[in-house]
Each structure stands twice: as structure tokens, then as C-alpha cells.
Write a protein that binds this ligand. Structure first.
Ligand SMILES: Cc1cc2nc3c(=O)[nH]c(=O)nc-3n(C[C@H](O)[C@H](O)[C@H](O)COP(=O)(O)OP(=O)(O)OC[C@H]3O[C@@H](n4cnc5c(N)ncnc54)[C@H](O)[C@@H]3O)c2cc1C
Length: 364
């Protein structure tokens, strides 16, 4: 296949994210090639062995992975992926923004893109267009496939050095309102994300003061140790009813296809795994003429349980009393904390949690 990759950014580029790769992402990196995994390992990532979930009262519970996950700045991780694509023969053009889709006989047949430097526009033809353009995907919008879903939240993310009490865990602190996710990303730096309801977006203006309202975080940050500015993103959630264009010729992957809420930290894995499914469908379509729609069914088979679990957790974190209860239940039964953390880390299927017995154990 001849692949042309267009990105409006120039790399390394920043991305608002908590920058934790769920443990199962390591398997995808292995499949991408030994050089990819070696480059990630050489980038001094933090290695997380589990997640701590802290209720609004400050009570916390730890769930452990069986393995570990990497966490590293997106400036480094995404550049490694870009280089890997280039090494494999992908033509990469940075600073090129996709603005429109072009159609041929009812199917998507390419894009109109603008060079963000010169301002020149050109039409680029392709047998398949992959919309991997994130939360505000222009491809999804032009295809009319964007739907918004509650709860609508906005995130503010920063890098802070020398945060007290950070070890080998990611931490999720639920508050009233919103939540904070934090974790090490290597070299003494902690990534911190404050997520609040969209209607409360003004809270992002006083980022560090907001962190202090979470009891198990208060006082752990020195605002003078901010090493990367605060980036904002949102509102989420959004999803596409169908990840394949009705007339064919285009599909969506990653956040362009769906993004509900960052609490479970599954977005990078979903983007990587979704890309594997997309690649398989595209190769089959180009080789045999089979419909791209097989990609939609492959996604359903792969992600339905995960979507459900992610949605349930996303809604639950907006309900502090419920989180208090679930954390209390997990403290009494630590095996449930491990189960939940492993399911959200994609180490075990989401359906392992979605049983009446486990759900009852978590809330009753
Ligand atoms: C606060 C927060 C914390 C998160 N924490 C985690 C976490 O810890 N772990 C995790 O797994 N996930 C996390 N996520 C989710 C994760 O960031 C995303 O799911 C993931 O980045 C999706 O990858 P993507 O390639 O689909 O999109 P992106 O990473 O957004 O990449 C999209 C690319 O498309 C380019 N682009 C956009 N528009 C155009 C255009 N018109 N033309 C050309 N190029 C364009 C952009 O420049 C960008 O490079 C978090 C998200 C948020 C908001």
C-alpha cells in the first residue's frame, strides 16, 4: 500500500493527555515492531504497576496490574510512532491540515488539504481516507457522523516536577465536582489532569487552587515547579454512530471514532488497537473488493464491553456518593479493585467486570 499521512501539527507536538499507556498497549507496540518498543523503553518512561482510586473523602484503594504500563510524554511517544511510520515507507507531511473530503461516484475519494505555512490548497486522491484526526475530527464532521453524548466535561492538563508522594501508581481522585488524574511520566515529572463539567470550565483558570480541594492531593504541588503550561481540551464526549462512510471510501479511528471520558485512560490503547483493525479491513478491501463495513463489525466485537464499562465509569465519577461506596467495597474486597483496574487496563476483557456478581459486589 502507498500511505500518505497528513498532520496539521509539526512534531514533536503536545497533546492534552495523562500520557499513560494501558498495559495491553505494550502488546500492540510489540506487534508494531521491536524497534518501536525499544524506542519507547529508551525514552525513559515511568512504569506504573497499578491505579489508586480516591473517593471525595480522601479514602483510596489500589488495584494492581499483573504486569506494568508505560507512561511518557506524548511529545516523545507520538514522535516515536511517526518515525516508525516513516521508516516503514509512509510518506509523512506535517503542517498540512485536512479541510474537506472529495467524492467520486458517491464514495469518498480523497481530501482537500491546506499547507498551514504557505496557505496553498491541494486535492489529494486516495482509495481510502482514514480519519485519525482526534476529538474534533474534520473527517467525522464532514461525513456527518458526529454525535455528542453526556456527561460533557472539559480537561486541563499540566506537567509538574517534584510532586510529593508520587510512586509507581497512577492516581484518580474524584471530587465535587470533577476529578483529577495524575501519574509519573519519567524524569521526576508528573502529568496532572483536572477534569470538570463543561459548565464549570472557569475552574481551569485557577488550576493549582482547584487541585487543593481534593483532600489526598492538597499541598503536594508547588506551582513554581510547573514545567509545561496548562493545556485545555473538550468538551467530550462524542462518538460516531458508524465508523465507516455510508458510500464507502473512508473510516474513522481513535478519538475521531469515539471518545467518552478520560477517567479510564483507554484512549491510546483504543486508538492503537482500532488502527490494527482498520489496517486489516483496508488491506482486505483493497485486495479483494470486500466492503469496508467489516471494520464496523470488527470494532463492535472488540470494543462493545469496553464501551459499556467506560460509559458506566464515566457516569459514576459524576456521582461522588457512589464512588465513596465503590471505593469502600473495594477496600473490603481488594480482588475487586484488581479486577476493575485490570479490565480498564485492557489486561482482561471488560465482560469480566460486567457480571451481576461483580457489579453487585462493587455497589451493594
Ligand atoms: C485529559 C485527558 C487525559 C487523557 N489521558 C489518557 C491516558 O492517560 N491514557 C490514554 O490511553 N488515553 C488518555 N486520553 C485519551 C487520549 O489522549 C486519546 O484517546 C488519544 O490521543 C487518541 O489518539 P488519536 O490518534 O485518535 O487522536 P490525537 O492523539 O488527538 O491525534 C490526532 C492528530 O490529528 C491531527 N489533526 C487534527 N485535525 C487535523 C486536520 N484537520 N488535518 C490534519 N491533521 C489533523 C492532530 O494534529 C493530531 O496529531 C486522555 C484524554 C484527555 C482529554
Amino acid at each position: 500500500m502507498r500511505v500518505l499521512l497528513l498532520d496539521r501539527a509539526r512534531f514533536p507536538r503536545e497533546k492534552p493527555c495523562s500520557e499513560y499507556l494501558s498495559p495491553e498497549s505494550t502488546r500492540v507496540l510489540e506487534r508494531l515492531g521491536k524497534d518501536v518498543l525499544a524506542a519507547v523503553t529508551a525514552a525513559s518512561p515511568a512504569q506504573l504497576t497499578g491505579m489508586k482510586v480516591v473517593a471525595p473523602s480522601g479514602t483510596g484503594v489500589v488495584g494492581r496490574f499483573e504486569t506494568f504500563s508505560f507512561a511518557l510524554p506524548r511529545t516523545r511517544f507520538d514522535t516515536i510512532l511517526l518515525n516508525a511510520a516513516q521508516t516503514r515507507g509512509v510518506e509523512v507531511r506535517e503542517g498540512v491540515k485536512v479541510e474537506e473530503l472529495v467524492y467520486e461516484r458517491g464514495a469518498v475519494g480523497g481530501v482537500v488539504a491546506r499547507d498551514t505555512g504557505h496557505g496553498t490548497r491541494e486535492t489529494l486522491r486516495a482509495r481510502v481516507v482514514v480519519g485519525a484526526d482526534g476529538l474534533r475530527s474534520v473527517v467525522a464532521r464532514r461525513l456527518g457522523m458526529v454525535h455528542t453524548a453526556g456527561p460533557r466535561r472539559i480537561a486541563f492538563t499540566a506537567h509538574v516536577a517534584d510532586v510529593q508522594g508520587v510512586d509507581d501508581l497512577g492516581e484518580m481522585h474524584v471530587g465535587r465536582p470533577g476529578y483529577v488524574g495524575l501519574g509519573p511520566i519519567g524524569e521526576g515529572v508528573t502529568t496532572v489532569a483536572l477534569v470538570v463539567p463543561f459548565a464549570e470550565a472557569h475552574r481551569g483558570d485557577r488550576f493549582f487552587a482547584e487541585l487543593n480541594r481534593f483532600p489526598a492531593i492538597a499541598g503536594r504541588f508547588d506551582p513554581r515547579r510547573l514545567v509545561r503550561r496548562v493545556l485545555a481540551t473538550g468538551p467530550f464526549a462524542r462518538w460516531s454512530r458508524r465508523p465507516v462512510a455510508t458510500g464507502g471510501g473512508a473510516l474513522l479511528v481513535g478519538d475521531a471514532a469515539d471518545f467518552f471520558d478520560p477517567f479510564t485512560g483507554q484512549g491510546i490503547y483504543s486508538a492503537l488497537r482500532g488502527a490494527e483493525l482498520a489496517a486489516a479491513a483496508i488491506v482486505d478491501t483493497l485486495a479483494t473488493g470486500a466492503s469496508l463495513r467489516q471494520y464496523a463489525s470488527a470494532r463492535r466485537r472488540e470494543f462493545t464491553g469496553k464501551w459499556l464499562l467506560e460509559r458506566m465509569i464515566g457516569i459514576a465519577v459524576g456521582w461522588p456518593a457512589l464512588i465513596e461506596r465503590v471505593v469502600g467495597r473495594m477496600l473490603r474486597r481488594p480482588e475487586l479493585a484488581d479486577l476493575l483496574v485490570r479490565a480498564t487496563g485492557n489486561c482482561i476483557p471488560a465482560r469480566a467486570v460486567l457480571t451481576p456478581r461483580v457489579l453487585a459486589g462493587l455497589v451493594l
